[in-house]
Design a protein around this ligand. Structure first.
Ligand SMILES: Cc1cc2nc3c(=O)[nH]c(=O)nc-3n(C[C@H](O)[C@H](O)[C@H](O)COP(=O)(O)O)c2cc1C
Length: 177
């Protein structure tokens, strides 16, 4: 299976998720930053990563998502909002919408650390953005726990079969604790 991982990352959080996917996926795979990423059509699956800006995929990611229409995709993201929050779901739904009919094998998103300066700027806005109250808890994310949840999402999407615990060694079902 030919797999492509493409990521858009300004501060490095989404890049960490992309690199973890690259580490976890079996089979033939490529990983590329979004600038100069190849056309998605030549791949069996495209894992496309983005960060949230204004409650949506960041602008560079939006352009690439629009090219994924005929593809099978796994979408992943980092954001300041809490995992599983309405804001996080809304941004992911927007990404799915932008693909305009791609087959979505699965999705994953988690918090990504927000720089203090960004939080300061957001705090000065009126009204303050809805994700700001969650942003202090994003410190240290993505972390090992996020990577384990990412592993579960990749299994659920059918992209791999064995869980990868924190630290990276492979555990099969019979030995899982
Ligand atoms: C300009 C700017 C706008 C942001 N807007 C949002 C937002 O609308 N919702 C959100 O949950 N997080 C928002 N964030 C937080 C980032 O999405 C989060 O820190 C993410 O992990 C950054 O990913 P990166 O390090 O890969 O660039 C924003 C951050 C910046 C710098």
């Amino acid at each position: 299976m030919k797999q492509l991982i493409v990521y858009s990352s300004q501060g490095g959080n989404t890049k960490k998720l992309a690199e973890e996917i690259f580490r976890q996926l079996p089979d033939e795979k490529d990983i590329k930053p979004i600038a100069g990423a190849p056309d998605p059509s030549g791949y069996d699956i495209v894992c496309m990563g983005f960060w949230f800006k204004a409650g949506q995929p960041d602008p560079a990611a939006q352009e690439y998502l629009k090219k994924c229409g005929g593809c099978k995709v796994f979408l992943f993201a980092s954001h300041g909002a809490a995992s599983g929050s309405a804001h996080a779901k809304m941004g992911m739904n927007k990404a799915i919408e932008l693909t305009g009919g791609a087959t979505v094998a699965g999705t994953f998103s988690c918090q990504g650390e927000v720089p203090a300066k960004v939080m300061e700027t957001a705090a000065g806005k009126d009204p303050q953005p809805p994700w700001l109250k969650d942003a202090p808890n994003a410190k240290g994310h993505p972390n090992g726990n996020d990577f384990m949840n990412l592993s579960d999402a990749l299994i659920k999407a059918g992209l791999k079969t064995v869980a990868t615990p924190k630290g990276g060694s492979v555990v099969d079902g019979s030995h899982a604790m």
